[in-house]
Design a protein. Structure first.
Length: 272
């Protein structure tokens, strides 16, 4: 998990710049949480707290988490800005009488589309089909830390999280949604005895992003410092396509490795 970033107050919102992403988390629960990464040239993305919640203005915890409470003072939602430029929204379900569905409305450019993926995540594509954002597959846990069945349903520009619980469930239940606009957290240039290597750190969504986002991963890596060269492109694209390499902490691309084509790069385990 990425480290938490402690934002600073700015008017009626909390602002932070994290991994190239400008993020705003509003104090007022009706306003949108927004994420904007100018480095990749895409439009800002907004997401609202679930429609089903009735919460008061948020309060800021010591770690920068914005906590929204119900009329009785019980926590019902919390939003965190994370180091890799993502935002986590957690909904607290108090008892068996609560809703089983929580609707997150996204503010995206006209013509954008949301697509549920086989792994349970959701990809947001712009009007031109380019990657805009991603939501990692959800989780939900009861008060004892046990996993509960949960999934997303896409309705237009909304993502509905469905959580399965009943009167025997240990409450409160916490349901998690995690929104990314970046596939790459950061790029680090390293000098080695063989030459220059670029250590590309993917975000949590970048690791599980669908094949349609592969070329967006390369474009974003270039925008964050990787030279636009064919041999480096082949090495980088190889990592998410090779499941062993996908889980590495960084996807290293080396300037001294030859251009051999993607198929041969994959056969060489990304190190031709």
């Amino acid at each position: 998990m990425a480290d938490v970033v402690v934002p600073h107050a700015e008017g009626t919102a909390l602002e932070a710049t994290s991994a190239h992403v400008d993020i705003s988390v509003p104090v007022e629960p009706e306003a949108l949480i927004t994420l904007d990464d100018d480095s990749v040239g895409s439009s800002p993305i907004g997401i609202a707290l679930p429609d089903e919640l009735e919460v008061s203005a948020g309060l800021v915890a010591d770690d920068g988490t914005v906590v929204y409470s119900d009329a009785d003072g019980g926590t019902e939602a919390a939003a965190q800005i994370l180091e890799d430029g993502s935002v986590r929204i957690q909904t607290v379900i108090p008892d068996a009488t609560a809703s089983h569905e929580y609707t997150y409305e996204l503010d995206v450019p006209v013509g954008s589309s949301l697509t549920a993926q086989p792994d349970g995540s959701v990809e947001v594509s712009g009007p031109d089909g380019a990657f805009l954002a991603g939501i990692v597959a959800p989780w939900a846990k009861d008060a004892n830390g046990n996993d509960l069945p949960t999934s997303y349903r896409v309705e237009g520009t909304s993502v509905v999280q469905v959580v399965d619980f009943d009167a025997t469930t240990a409450f409160p239940v916490v349901a998690d949604s995690w929104l990314f606009v970046d596939l790459i957290s950061k790029v680090t240039r390293v000098n080695t005895t063989l030459g220059v290597s670029y250590q590309v750190a993917p975000t949590a969504y970048g690791r599980v992003a669908p094949e349609a986002a592969l070329w967006a991963t390369w474009t974003e890596a270039v925008s964050k410092g990787v030279p636009n060269r064919q041999n480096l492109q082949e090495q980088l694209i190889c990592h998410p396509m090779t499941y062993v390499a996908r889980i590495k902490s960084t996807w290293n691309v080396d300037t001294w490795r030859p251009t051999v084509g993607l198929a041969r790069t994959i056969a060489a385990k990304c190190n031709p």
